[in-house]
Each structure stands twice: as C-alpha cells, then as structure tokens.
Design a protein around this ligand. Structure first.
Ligand SMILES: [Cu+2]
Length: 174
C-alpha cells in the first residue's frame, strides 16, 4: 500500500492544479484509489472532472439566487457576497429584474469551479463559462462544483456599472 501511495503522490504532482484540487476533494471524501486509476490519463481536465463527478451529480444541488440589478434599476448584485464550499454541488440562479442589461463576470471564480451546465430558456450549455450576460427579465441557471478555495471578485463590466458599485465577492471555502 505504501508503494501504491508513493506512486499516487507522483501522479498527483504531475497534474494541473485543477486536477489536484479534485484529488484533494476525492481524498477527503475517502474515494477509493481504483476510481483514480480507472481514468483516461489523456483526457482533458473537464472530461476528468466529468468522470469523477458521478457521485457529486447524485448530490442534490444547493440553490442560491442572485439578482443582477433590481426593479428600481439600482446598480448592484443582490446579494453581493456569496459563499460556497469546495466539493459541493450548487445551482446558482441568476435573475435580472431590472430594465438594463447586466453581466455576471467572475473569471477567476469560473476558473476555480467545474461547470456542469448553464441553462437559459431551453438551451443548456456544457463546459467552461467565464461570464454571463442577462438581458432585462432574463434568467439563467449555473450548476457547478467549486474546486479551489479562495476569494474571487464579481462585477458587471458594462460601462459605469462597476464604478457605480455593481461588484461582489465570491468565497470558496474548503
Ligand atoms: Cu450591470
């Protein structure tokens, strides 16, 4: 078992931080090694994540709603502070009840999560997403699993919106 663990460590070190984050989650959850060795090593990171996420996908998603602007057309996110736990599954519902177009832009956050899907209307988008644009009255659902702990910025980059305070903070905890 020691040799096995040694090999395991070497393999982990050779992977990207994203995969590394996944392994930390898996180790914490005491997932057996065979799961790791059954993976296709050539596969891209999202594919690895997809393979590993079977258990996670059975986990009910925690629902959180964030409003981009409000009916009074105030330039802010409500709430503007979000907290997630690494390794859990979330369904982030984004709404825009204002009469203005807004963005949900959180690039570093998006790089620190695994996106299962983004759903808007009847369209489902799979794969990495960095920002979402919501037209007045629009709604979207972002289903993901946070991987890497940290504090990340959120903003709406439309001219004048960030400056007016349309910013937020997203925290991923271990
Ligand atoms: Cu905006």
């Amino acid at each position: 078992m020691k040799i096995y663990n040694h090999f395991y460590e070497i393999v982990i070190k050779s992977f990207t931080y994203l995969t590394h984050a996944w392994m930390q989650i898996l180790r914490r959850k005491h997932v057996i090694l065979t799961l790791f060795f059954s993976l296709n090593f050539i596969a891209a990171t999202p594919a690895i994540a997809a393979n590993l996420s079977d258990d996670l996908l059975k986990q009910p998603a925690t629902e959180i709603t964030v409003s981009l602007g409000n009916a009074a057309n105030e330039l802010k996110f409500e709430p503007n502070h979000l907290e997630f736990e690494a390794g859990k599954r979330y369904q982030l519902r984004l709404t825009n009840p204002s009469q203005l177009k807004h963005y949900f832009t959180a690039k570093d956050f998006a790089d620190s999560i695994w996106t299962q899907k983004v759903q808007a209307g009847k369209v489902e988008i799979k794969g990495a997403i960095h920002e979402l644009e919501l037209k007045p009255g629009a709604e979207a659902e972002w289903v993901f699993v946070p991987l890497k702990s940290g504090t990340y910025g959120l903003r709406c980059p439309i001219l004048g919106h960030t400056e007016a305070g349309m910013t937020g903070e997203i925290v991923i905890k271990n």
